[in-house]
Design a protein around this ligand. Sequence first.
Ligand code: SF4
Length: 251
Amino acid sequence: MTAKKRLTQCAYCKGNTCDPSTGINEPMPPIDKAPPTCPMRKYEEVIRQGNTHYHKKNIQEFARLASVQEAQCYETEGGEIKTRIPRIEEIMQFADKCGYTMLGLAFCLGLRAEAKKITRIFESNGFDVASVCCKVGRTPKESIGITGEHKIRGSEAMEPMCNPIVQAELLNTQNVDLAILLGLCVGHDTLFIKYCNVPCTVLAVKDRVTGHNPLAAIYLSESPYYGRLQKTEKPQKPKTEWKKVDITVEK
Ligand code: SF4
């Protein structure tokens, strides 16, 4: 099978087979009603294996509480399902359910003001908060091979690098119960997640031009404003001349 043929394509499906909204005792639609690119048809064994992880008691409990929290983010009024709370309250309620009292906030320097407000909110709700800014360690960008032309403030500037690995290690060291990402850059967030050893979640991702709301560009992708996102010509191959980077680390 070619790499492309192995791809699952839930994004092009309505999801009627995996989420059929049947009653608890009603039969589910047969799997072959799903499109041929459905993971339930292509990767039955992966799904079976993946589900075994929930047999671990602590993982099952974490998953159970996440679903309890999910349901508590809605309410039914006059037969209508309505949303209830913003993500920051969802995080606090979930942390509380898990018995987590010490939160770690890994934030981007550009969201320092937000980090302060968020910390105050968490603290006023009874949590202890360890916060770490991305520039911690003030390690020069030169140490990872950045040269002048790739600096933001010009080649002569001393620019400390964003340091997601140290952010993660600091929160690991302080043994926080739950690490929370706030506005880390693309790639920096990847490294943070890779090196963070405690449970972690995201309060907000960085999007410099949309007030940190990346979906704004998606919502405008059929308008002249961000229509450029959806290419009309067939993509040329190869799409990249860059070498593939593997961040697997030998243990
Ligand atoms: S799991 Fe299958 S049925 Fe569900 S959205 Fe994906 S392709 Fe569709």
